[in-house]
Design a protein around this ligand. Structure first.
Ligand SMILES: Nc1ncnc2c1ncn2[C@@H]1O[C@H](COP(=O)(O)OP(=O)(O)O)[C@@H](O)[C@H]1O
Ligand SMILES: [Mg+2]
Length: 320
């Protein structure tokens, strides 16, 4: 990752910090780049700083320091120009339930100065893509949960943003509804719009996104292509305490990384599916006797356990 902002990135963030009044350090120096056309996930547990980051990018929250560029435009220097490039889907449903979907979209476009004739054309297009065209003139209060969520996406697309940002669009909604939204988002991305979404569902990031960053307590703990991260998650780490002193050269064990951290300690990373007996047989053959072993705690692993484990799920329901 380059230390200077990338001019050609859809989003380029450098050393972004946010301390709220009262002293909470929500972002502790975040840097990331999202390429044009990407489908990017910002994954992290509750309180990680995801909404703060989205808030700053969409000018709803003031940064403490750092730099944000949208398609090369500095957010701080040219706020209005940068704002025209993005569409935001907040977590909470915030349209008027007593308006009809078609009117919600056309009025929203009007707020952004889009002429009415153009707005009506776009509204039909967006409602069709969101599979809501047959509900265009239904009171939106009566739409199902999934339809309401898709309406939020359709509305954000009315300004034809180059970057669509969604903050936990599916938190607390059931799997059927989520899949329906994923379909809409995939179509929008395939048509050329860059998408960034925050989520605490690993499954969601996995089904949708090509690249991701994992954020925890205001720090990016991991970022890169989704498939690279998934391959890392398939690795298990162990530490072996050895009787006596280790030989000068260690026997190679295919598919693993074996390192001596001192004279009588070994550090092993191996695929989760691999048989530990093979490791012991090789070590035994080299005259290395393992006295005890423990699992290496993997920060990333812990993070995912927290995010996808039973506690995370119950927290979600409470906040939904
Ligand atoms: N307006 C605010 N004032 C003070 N602290 C805040 C405010 N908004 C968020 N925080 C705190 O900042 C941290 C990050 O919150 P947030 O960005 O909402 O995380 P996430 O969206 O990942 O759950 C949390 O500790 C949260 O309590
Ligand atoms: Mg949030």
């Amino acid at each position: 990752m380059s230390p200077i902002p990338q001019a050609d990135a859809a989003l380029s963030v450098r050393d972004l910090r946010k301390t709220y009044d009262g002293g909470v350090e929500a972002l502790k120096g975040i840097s990331l780049d999202v390429a044009p056309g990407d489908f990017f996930a910002l994954l992290g547990p509750n309180g990680a700083g995801k909404s703060t980051l989205i808030g700053i990018i969409s000018s709803l929250v003031n940064k403490t320091s750092g730099e944000v560029r949208l398609f090369g435009t500095d957010l701080h220097a040219s706020r209005d120009a940068a704002m025209r490039l993005i569409g935001l889907v907040p977590q909470e449903l915030n349209f008027n339930f007593f308006e009809k979907p078609f009117d919600i979209l056309v009025n929203y476009a009007g707020f952004y100065g889009i002429p009415r004739t153009e707005a009506t054309v776009r509204a039909e297009e967006e409602l069709r893509r969101a599979q809501l065209w047959d509900k265009a003139t239904t009171m939106s209060r009566t739409l199902s949960g999934g339809m309401k969520r898709r309406l939020m996406i359709a509305r954000a697309m009315m300004t034809r943003p180059r970057l669509l940002i969604l903050d936990e669009p599916t938190a607390g909604v059931d799997i059927e509804i989520r899949r329906g939204m994923w379909q809409t988002l995939k179509e929008i991305n395939a048509a050329g719009t860059t998408i960034i979404l925050t989520t605490h569902y690993l499954e969601e990031a996995e089904s949708l996104c090509r690249n991701l960053a994992i954020i925890d307590r205001g720090i990016i703990v991991e970022q890169g292509p989704m498939r690279l991260l998934l391959s890392k998650l398939d690795v298990e780490g162990f530490i072996f305490d050895i009787d006596g002193t280790l030989p000068a050269t260690l026997p190679p064990i295919e598919g693993t990384t074996l390192v001596a951290t001192d004279d009588h300690t070994l550090d092993l990373d191996m695929p989760r599916a691999m048989d530990l007996n093979r490791v012991f047989a090789t070590l035994d053959g080299a005259g290395i006797r393992v006295r005890s072993m423990r699992t290496k705690s993997n920060r990333l692993e812990e993070l995912f356990v927290r995010m996808t484990g039973p506690n995370a799920a119950s927290q979600q329901e409470k906040t939904a």
